[in-house]
Design a protein around this ligand. Structure first.
Ligand code: SAM
Length: 263
């Protein structure tokens, strides 16, 4: 879909982009093709797209598989897509409330930036069996995704990303690739699952959130809200952790060990 097609659909359907839903529609055909190629879709794959918008990525994916499900919060956009794409399931709801029992193979999203962290946490917690995830994110958000212990940005999101699999920064996307144009530059990133993702679950995400609930406090204080202190002490000794350590000092593997020890 190019700029003209998007403009025509918006005019014909009387659609005005809603900034409260982070609606910036992708209108650069080269970038759309690159994103779809990155998905590496096989015909039998089940694909989950979050926030299909006017269908820039949705249409080309629907040509590759009949297993596409899209979750769109905006009623008007969901209605438009349902009427125009016959071989995809369009679900009209807030993805943060979406419940599903089928595991997708591939997940793709030009993520609404205002809710990026929550969407990614939900994906890694509930849909981590997917073999690949491809996201468009705000370029400046990469600092929260690709960072290690003892940095300001390090927290549950970076840990989940690292545990899920191999991360790759694919390419930058200029603001001119969207209608309307966002203020910031975007980036396409990908994750390929590896076996360490087996530990991921909603409970594991809750555990990480609780570890960082009071960032500057000692980790054992945060853990004491959910686990008995003797169990915490035993786990720290077994894993060789300093009793005064803070969550931001541990690496992703430490969190996996601690989770298993406290379960
Ligand atoms: N995929 C389209 C594209 O690339 O042109 C649209 C991307 S736009 C940046 C983000 C889309 O996510 C919008 O269609 C918006 O309505 C939708 N959205 C925003 N918040 C959402 C939520 N919580 N759940 C599901 N969809 C959401």
């Amino acid at each position: 879909m190019n700029r003209e097609t998007i403009r025509n659909i918006m005019n014909d359907e009387g659609i005005l982009p809603q900034s409260k839903f982070g609606q910036n529609f992708l209108c650069d055909e080269t970038i759309i093709k690159e994103i779809v190629d990155l998905c590496g879709i096989k015909r039998e794959d089940r694909i989950l797209e979050i926030g299909p918008g006017l269908g820039s990525i949705t249409y080309p994916i629907s040509e590759l598989t009949d297993g596409l499900t899209c979750v769109e919060i905006d009623h008007g956009l969901a209605e438009y897509l349902s009427a125009n794409i016959s071989n995809a399931a369009i679900v009209n709801c807030d993805f943060l409330k979406y419940e599903n029992c089928t595991d997708p193979d591939v997940i793709v999203s030009n993520i609404p930036y205002y809710v990026m962290t929550d969407i990614m946490k939900k994906l890694f917690g509930e849909f981590s069996k997917a073999r690949k995830m491809i996201f468009m994110v705000e370029d400046e958000a990469i600092a929260r995704i690709d960072c290690g212990p003892n940095t300001k940005q390090y927290g549950p999101l970076a840990i989940l990303c690292s545990i899920y699999g191999t991360y790759n920064y694919e390419f930058k996307v200029p603001h001119t690739a969207f209608i309307p144009q966002p203020r910031t530059t975007s980036a396409v990133i990908s994750f390929v699952r590896n076996d360490s993702a087996d530990i991921l679950s909603p409970d594991f995400v809750r555990f990480l959130n609780s570890c960082f609930s009071m960032r500057r406090k000692m980790l054992r204080k945060n853990l004491a809200q959910t686990s008995p202190s003797e169990k915490i002490s035993e786990a720290f000794i077994r894993l060789g952790l300093n009793e005064n350590v803070r969550a931001e000092e541990l690496n992703p593997n430490d969190f996996c060990g601690l989770y298993n020890a406290l379960k």
